[in-house]
Design a protein around this ligand. Structure first.
Ligand code: AMP
Length: 290
């Protein structure tokens, strides 16, 4: 695996691959890699060659008082995992490569960025959109792969790609979970053992929504009440939000129709966890993907 540290070098490699008619796949990450990231790599490898993974802990998407300085950094283990997956290139720039002195442009995806995660973390999506646009410009992939774990982020990046006429196709991949249902996240290492056990309440609340929808429940209010009820039974969980939203706008769903998400953000101690359930209408029935 080639480890690339500079923007110019990464651009050169990408230009050469494209000139050779190859389809570059790209998986952007912040490192502390786990099986969720590995699933994105495998999805990219099914469609593309070469596959480029980036590791860049993007300070611009962390608010003041958030966990930028203590975000887990496990570079050697990440390299070993990517080598074992036979990834072709790792792009791991220093911050000054991405944000050189004098850098002054930012991207704002309006509307959808102001709700939910955007409201809880002001400036977060501006930081995400800016770095993703930069990384996609540098790597020039045919396809870029993102996880549905961060559903609002994935939707914002699809909007960014559309609004800026990006060549890259944006692919959104399923959530990878621990055997007990907890969605994998680099931040799960922050959880104290009791909180780690309690955190299964997120997927249990979403399972309850899925079961209710399978039984024919179609009221967003009652589905939200159900999530709140499951979460209230876990004293270690402090709810930030539980919502049923439309998958296109992330506005609250007034009725369950088309594609919707059940979204959860829940604190355990100082750690904030996200999870979601995708509900897609097909001929009057709903297919729910946890
Ligand atoms: P991160 O390193 O947390 O910025 O995540 C990099 C990419 O991996 C993002 O597109 C995430 O949505 C995705 N990702 C994170 N956790 C998971 C998971 N459990 N399953 C699938 N994709 C994930």
């Amino acid at each position: 695996m080639e480890i690339i540290r500079t923007v110019e070098w990464m651009k050169q490699v990408s230009r050469r691959e494209r000139a050779d008619g190859r389809l570059v796949g790209f998986v952007p990450t912040m490192g502390a890699l786990h099986a969720g990231h590995a699933s994105l790599v495998r999805a990219a490898q099914r469609d593309c060659s070469p596959v480029v993974v980036s590791i860049f802990v993007n300070a611009a998407q962390f608010g003041p008082g958030e966990d930028f300085s203590r975000y887990p950094r496990t570079f050697d283990a990440d390299v070993a995992l990517l080598e074992s997956l036979r990834v072709d290139c790792l792009f791991a720039p220093e911050a000054a490569e991405i944000y050189p002195p004098g850098f002054s442009s930012h991207v704002e995806v309006e509307g959808i960025s102001s709700r939910l995660e955007g409201r809880a973390r002001p400036g977060h999506f501006r930081g995400v959109a800016t770095v993703v646009l930069k990384l996609v410009e540098i790597v020039q992939p045919w396809r870029a792969y993102f996880g549905r774990k961060d559903a609002q982020q994935a939707r914002i990046i699809q909007q960014l790609a559309r609004d800026f006429h990006l060549d890259a196709e944006i692919e959104v991949c399923p959530i990878v979970r621990e055997p007990d249902g907890l969605a994998l996240s680099s931040r799960n290492v922050y959880l104290a053992p009791e909180d780690r056990r309690a955190a299964t309440v997120l997927s249990r609340a979403l399972q309850a929504v899925k079961a209710a929808v399978d039984r024919g429940e179609r009221s967003p209010e009652r589905l939200v009440a159900l999530m709140r009820q499951v979460l209230a039974a876990e004293p270690r969980a402090a709810l930030d939000y539980a919502e049923i939203v439309r998958a296109d706008s992330f506005e609250p769903a007034t009725a369950l129709c088309g594609s919707c998400y059940a979204l959860l953000a829940v604190f355990f101690g100082g750690t904030r966890l996200l999870d979601n359930l995708l509900m897609e209408e097909q001929e009057g029935a709903f297919r729910c993907a946890l």
